[in-house]
Design a protein around this ligand. Structure first.
Ligand code: NAP
Length: 408
């Protein structure tokens, strides 16, 4: 007689994630085009898991509400039950969410990152053959960006011009010998040693696990010495204090090793943010893992995504020590809602990141290969079709079916 095992939740034992073969994973469908891309994503993920593990592993999806769908049914943009489920089940996936207007939560995405302390925004950027790109050699881009997700000018400490708070801040700064114009608004940029070190630690751990050649600390330390500059110093400290057997700094590389990294060692380098933008355009293959502060990372990840064909296929994840939320990086594109039209690539590839996070790499690899093959066959959604010659235009659901066909 066939026995069916109950789906179980992910647990942490001695700091390590334990994933059951039949695992409970919450999903937030998302608003606007969210339902279309989620349907396609679920189909692709389920098919890949089934093929890769021959039915031995399975995701049991648990819907949780957020955004417009949550507001319409509960009058709450982010219900308490959603927060509890995401916390309890540890790993989730979400579609894009409408940003509520008119008070309350500023941004649901920022709220989720702060509630669960998801301090690393992780964005891999790679090229898929056939996608139209504005650069000559997009295939040289193969990066993963670790962006600090909580601090910096995103911490939400801002004061409006002419308020009593801004006036007292201006007076306080005056007492420290700094002149700020009276008609200024002021934003605060906190960057901590704790926040910087845990982000860089995650980036180095990733580089070690995935045998990457280098980790580059991107900062604006030449100007902002005690925030951006300190981020860079703390990054080097993490590398030398905690990973001295696995890493070598670029300085040591030239002073002690004639410019060649000792076998198996990861090079830790740093670049000033403005230089990094041009470096990534002219010599992208010299960079692999990037660790950077919040604002730099925000700009840099979209610029890199554009280099390989745009945000439509850019995946992302927000990761903390135990909790992780994988998400499409674009918005809800409401004008295309329920038309079965938009590209589900960003969410599908975020799903691949999630499978890799679970340690289910075989299924992720299957999707990666089938995804690349489908694009090479020029069977694509409208956004890529309009930039290709001789492409076949597919709907969202047809694109998912084409990927599954290419897995078999
Ligand atoms: P958007 O939804 O990203 O859409 C901007 C444009 O990007 C679309 O008009 C479309 O371009 C293209 N696009 C987006 N998703 C696509 C997909 N899956 N496939 C192909 N093309 C895609 O940005 P928005 O219009 O500024 O924002 C709409 C709402 O989304 C807002 O409420 C915003 O706050 C929210 N938002 C949410 C997130 C999130 O949840 N992570 C992120 C950003 C924005 P074309 O018009 O050229 O076809």
């Amino acid at each position: 007689m066939k026995t069916t095992t109950e789906a179980q939740k992910i647990i942490f034992k001695d700091g390590k994630m334990v994933v059951p073969n039949k695992v409970l994973i919450p999903f937030i469908e998302g608003d606007g085009t969210g339902p279309d891309i989620w349907k396609a994503t679920k189909k692709v993920l389920d098919a890949a898991i089934k093929i890769a593990f021959k039915g031995e592993r399975e995701i049991s999806w648990v819907e949780v509400l957020a955004g417009q769908k949550a507001f319409d049914s509960t009058k709450d943009w982010l219900p308490k039950e959603t927060i509890e489920k995401v916390k309890d089940l540890k790993v989730s996936i979400k579609g894009p969410l409408t940003t509520p207007t008119g008070g309350g939560i500023r941004s649901l995405n920022v709220a989720l990152r702060q509630i669960f302390d998801l301090y690393a925004c992780v964005r891999p950027v790679r090229y898929f053959e056939g996608v139209s790109s504005p650069v000559k050699k997009p295939e040289l881009v193969d990066l993963i960006i670790f962006r600090e997700n909580i601090e910096d000018v995103y911490s939400g400490i801002e004061f409006k011009k002419d308020t009593k708070e801004v006036k007292s801040l201006i007076d306080f700064l005056k007492s420290l010998g700094h002149t700020v114009r009276a008609d200024s608004g002021i934003g605060i940029k906190p960057i901590s040693e704790f926040g910087s070190k845990r982000l860089v630690r995650k980036a180095i751990q990733y580089a070690i696990q995935n045998k990457k050649p280098s980790v580059t600390l991107v900062h604006k330390g030449n100007i902002q010495k005690f925030t951006e500059g300190a981020f860079c110093e703390w990054g080097y400290e993490v590398a030398s204090d905690e990973f001295c057997d696995e890493t070598v700094s670029e300085k040591e590389l030239y002073e002690e090793h004639n410019g060649t990294a000792p076998s198996g060692k990861i090079i830790i380098k740093d670049r000033i943010a403005d230089n990094m933008f041009q470096q990534l355009l002219i010599r992208p293959n010299e960079y692999s893992v990037i660790a950077t502060t919040n604002l730099n990372g925000d700009y840099l990840s979209d610029a890199c995504a554009a280099q390989v064909g745009g945000l439509g296929i850019a995946p992302g994840a927000n990761i903390g020590d135990e909790i992780a939320i994988f998400e499409a990086t674009h918005g809800t594109a409401p004008k295309y809602a329920n038309q079965d039209k938009v590209n589900p690539g960003s969410m599908i590839l975020s799903g691949v990141m999630m499978l890799e996070h679970l340690g289910w790499n075989e299924a992720g690899e299957l999707i990666n290969k089938a995804f690349a093959k489908t694009i090479k066959q020029k069977r694509v959604t409208y956004d890529l079709e309009r930039q290709m010659t001789g492409a076949t235009l597919l709907k969202t659901s047809q694109f998912a079916d084409a990927i599954i066909e290419n897995m078999l």
